[in-house]
Design a protein around this ligand. Structure first.
Ligand SMILES: Nc1ncnc2c1ncn2[C@@H]1O[C@H](COP(=O)(O)OP(=O)(O)OP(=O)(O)O)[C@@H](O)[C@H]1O
Ligand SMILES: [Mg+2]
Length: 461
């Protein structure tokens, strides 16, 4: 009898495992198959409840049976919704939301011993998913609105002047966004402002930085959306989020700007291997992009950014009326950025040394320069550990000095009151030392690819 029990439980585990594999898929989940497996598992568990003599295991099986029943209920509802082509968003659980968890599958003939099945996450997830199914699509709609509202940027963040260099890009954005908002009467008849702008360029060159600066400069509702905000593995949910985003933007009083960062993750080239879900997301985005432009009084400006524009589906690429290349910083921008990052710390770098630094950092992106500066700023702190000679400043602080300094005092850092210690100023050598370990992140080959792309499709910023 025991062996037979064991076999039945193994069958149940196998059924749950199969359902779990299906439920963990991010798309194209076979809900019928999930249902069938959970159903079979549920029948076996019910049999076990009748035969089981051990009270603890009996309770555990009852509890599991309850959660399986709830799960069957949820899936049946979802299946019905799917069949009616309503509430599509409730049709497929994703890996994080699925009610089936490895906890449930890990049941074994020894299960229950030392485990509180009633409080297992599997069961609480069943409960919440069931509640969701009961409350219908309303909570889903509210949830979606919440996600979209949380992407609205407010308050002063980065200003245009904080974005160093990129004069042409700033000018293009000024013409495209700020002028029409300041002088709407000038944009009438055939003269219409740009409505779909793509910023592309190597990583860390300030595309997101620039977009956020736009949000500060204009009096418009600014949605700062990352493609991950719009991605969901529930069938149909991503499309609904995209629809909600444009609907929300359209229902605002004034002008609205939607900024979608890393747009490439949403609109890669279409391929024959692409799944149905991805295809539907792209189609929805295309519909919304066209719809936003076609209305009589368009109020949505779509700003997108990517660092791999060649991955974009041509249907999307074609729809961007302006494609602005955000390049690596030039000599003057590098100089300004380095000085900006270090401006609040003591520095001992001459004008010639600054120009040496700006020359030697050719190929560094804005974010590379910010990391490099941070490394250089930490160098004097690192040196404190090995300093053995100190000078006392006018305000009574202990500062490292050369070993040959005649008035220097010999001491180890541990012998000085911590609040009295101050670091020396950052110098050229600190930067040069850091440059050995902080190399530029953008390769020459990648740069060449951007330049080629700009020649064919873009506009230099
Ligand atoms: N032109 C710039 N002016 C001022 N700071 C800049 C500039 N470019 C880059 N930076 C600095 O680099 C950081 C990264 O910039 P940002 O996130 O805008 O890069 P990105 O182009 O969007 O990169 P990715 O393509 O990887 O998303 C910023 O937070 C900023 O500190
Ligand atoms: Mg970015």
């Amino acid at each position: 009898m025991e062996t037979q029990d064991h076999n039945r439980l193994s069958d149940a585990i196998m059924c749950l495992q199969q359902a779990l594999v299906e439920g963990n898929k991010s798309s194209n989940v076979d809900i019928d198959m999930m249902l069938e497996n959970i159903h079979r598992c549920s029948i076996i568990i019910k049999e076990q409840i009748d035969y089981e003599k051990d009270d603890f295991l009996k309770t555990a099986f009852s509890s599991l049976s309850g959660s399986l029943a709830a799960h069957i209920n949820v899936l049946t509802n979802k299946l019905q919704n799917l069949n009616q082509n309503q509430h599509l968003c409730l049709s497929v659980p994703d890996a994080s939301q699925t009610v089936l968890t490895t906890d449930m599958v890990q049941m074994s003939p020894d299960c229950g011993k030392g485990r509180n099945i009633r409080n297992s996450p599997a069961i609480s997830k069943v409960q919440s998913t069931e509640d969701e199914a009961m409350s219908g699509g309303d909570s889903q709609t509210r949830n979606r609105q919440g996600i979209i509202e949380s992407t609205i940027l407010s308050g002063d963040h980065i200003r245009f002047d904080d974005v160093i260099g990129l004069k042409e890009s700033k000018r293009s954005l000024y013409d495209a966004i700020i002028m029409p908002l300041m002088f709407p009467h000038l944009f009438s008849g055939g003269r219409r402002p740009w409505q779909r702008i793509l910023l592309f360029g190597p990583p860390g060159t300030g595309k997101s930085h620039l977009a956020k600066a736009v949000s500060t400069e204009v009096k418009a509702t600014f949605y700062c959306v990352s493609s991950t905000d719009l991605m969901s593995s529930w069938v149909g949910e991503s499309e609904k989020l995209i629809k909600e985003l444009f609907h929300h933007a359209n229902s605002q009083d004034g002008q609205t700007i939607i900024f979608i960062d890393e747009i490439d993750s949403l609109c890669r080239h279409r391929s024959s291997r692409e799944d149905e879900g991805t295809r539907r997301i792209k189609t929805e985005l295309l519909i919304q992009m066209d719809g936003a432009l076609q209305c009589a009084n368009p109020k949505i400006l779509l700003l997108c950014a990517t660092n791999c524009p060649w991955d974009l589906d041509t249907a999307f690429l074609r729809r961007f009326q302006k494609r602005i290349y955000i390049p690596l910083p030039d000599y003057q921008s590098r100089l300004d950025m380095l000085k900006l990052h270090i401006k609040e710390n003591p520095v001992n770098i001459s004008t010639e040394e600054w120009s040496t630094l700006a020359t030697q950092t050719d190929g560094y992106s804005g974010s590379d320069l910010s990391t490099l500066t941070l490394g250089a700023l930490l160098q004097p702190i690192r040196d404190l550990q090995t300093t053995i000679k100190w000078e006392i400043t006018q305000d009574g602080k202990w500062k490292p000095c050369e070993g040959t300094h005649s008035k220097g005092i010999r001491a180890r850092i541990s012998e000085i009151p911590p609040e009295k210690i101050c670091a020396r100023a950052v110098n050229l050598q600190d930067f040069l030392t850091c440059m050995k370990s902080h190399r530029p992140t953008v390769s020459k080959a990648e740069l060449y690819r951007f330049e080629e792309f700009t020649t064919s499709f873009g506009q230099t910023g």
